[in-house]
Write a protein that binds this ligand. Structure first.
Ligand code: MRU
Length: 348
């Protein structure tokens, strides 16, 4: 049995990028139809598409949209335009390395054709095909990560997750949620606890929504309830996604993840990170080198649709934090299960 209720957040249909607007979930299901790189940039910045792999996929299609009407006559002109568009899309959000990975992968594909004397139309087609390949591969990658993670879990376990590392953040299955979907396929009963994930509530609006929709046993908790739930013995494992894994095994993920990792260690609960290789960035030495996005104060002061803080209050709103490798039991990629300090082996 496969789970047919999964949602597809990113679609390429009739030469248009169709995005499920994740800012409107769970109340409204609205699809955005994007035809320019500028629209894709805005959708990424506004979190209409979000989650590291989905951001990468959207940026890849955005790059194609940015060059599809190019009037370049030579490879050199096309290459310059491609780089300009890639640099522009790269300014949409800083933390998820999948964005840069996808743009670099497309550039590498075009560079490979440098001496092949392809027409400009053929180069444009190569860009689109690479974007399509990135999306197609992501579904397989997530499923494989799920298979590996499932070997670390058991039927009947309680598993806590943070943010949305789900189908909504990927081509299918999600990364950290993949074992939940696979467990469901196998008739296991996992009990998932989803942190609501302040301030933007990806856990409440997205993870709770997609897992409930798929018939997975999911219980929503506020972020400040995780310690209690662990102390009560309801959770036997934590599985989260990531926006970037540094070479030393430090992991950036949605703000609050670090706190969950500290709690898990205090309660002797294993803490697993699901990371496609597109999120593993060996060029970034440590977590301290990962750029952390800061988002508008309104996400906190007006985060629940109404003003919840005084006018003019000072706000600090980092969108991500870094969990040091020492708090991570294992990082699970499509190539296997790795100790954080051995994450470089995942790419060998
Ligand atoms: O700000 P967001 O919603 O893009 O943050 C998303 C996360 O932090 C996810 O946990 C991460 O991208 C992993 S998605 C498989």
């Amino acid at each position: 049995m496969t789970i047919s209720t999964q949602i597809t957040p990113v679609k390429w249909e009739d030469d248009v990028l169709v995005l499920l607007d994740q800012t409107r979930l769970p109340v409204e299901t609205i699809y955005l139809h994007l035809t320019t790189a500028e629209e894709v940039w805005g959708a990424i910045r506004r979190l209409e598409v979000r989650g590291a792999p989905a951001i990468g996929m959207a940026a890849a299609y955005g790059l194609y949209l940015g060059i599809r009407d190019s009037e370049a006559q030579t490879y050199e002109q096309f290459w310059q335009e491609l780089n300009r568009q890639a640099d522009y899309l790269g300014t949409s959000r800083p933390t998820a390395v999948n964005l840069f990975w996808a743009l670099d992968r497309i550039k590498a594909r075009v560079e490979k054709e440098k001496d092949a004397a392809l027409s400009i139309a053929e180069l444009k087609a190569a860009v689109l095909n690479e974007a399509l390949a990135i999306q197609a591969e992501d579904a397989e990658v997530c499923r494989t990560i799920g298979e590996h993670l499932l070997t670390l879990l058991q039927d009947g376990m309680g598993v806590l997750t943070h943010c949305n590392p789900g189908a909504l953040a990927t081509a299918a299955y999600g990364t950290a949620t993949a074992p939940f979907y696979l467990a469901k396929e196998r008739g296991w009963n996992l009990k998932v606890y989803a942190d609501e994930t302040r301030p933007v509530l990806q856990g409440a609006r997205l993870t709770a929504y997609e897992l409930q929709r798929a018939g997975i046993d999911v219980t929503l908790i506020c972020d400040n309830m995780a310690a209690m739930v662990m102390a009560q013995g309801k959770v036997q494992a934590v599985v989260v996604g990531t926006d970037r894994v540094a070479a030393n095994g430090d992991v950036a993920n949605k703000i609050g993840t670090y706190g969950v990792a500290v709690l898990a260690k205090a309660h002797g609960i294993p803490f697993y990170v699901a990371a496609p290789l597109s999120s593993v960035d060996l060029a970034t030495p440590t977590g301290a080198d990962i750029p952390i996005e800061e988002r508008p104060a309104e996400e906190i002061t007006h985060g629940l649709g109404k003003q919840v803080a005084p006018d003019g209050i000072k706000v600090y709103n980092p969108a991500f934090d870094v969990t040091p490798a020492a708090y991570i039991t294992a990082i699970v990629t499509e190539t296997g299960i790795f100790k954080p300090e051995e994450i470089a082996k995942s790419k060998q």
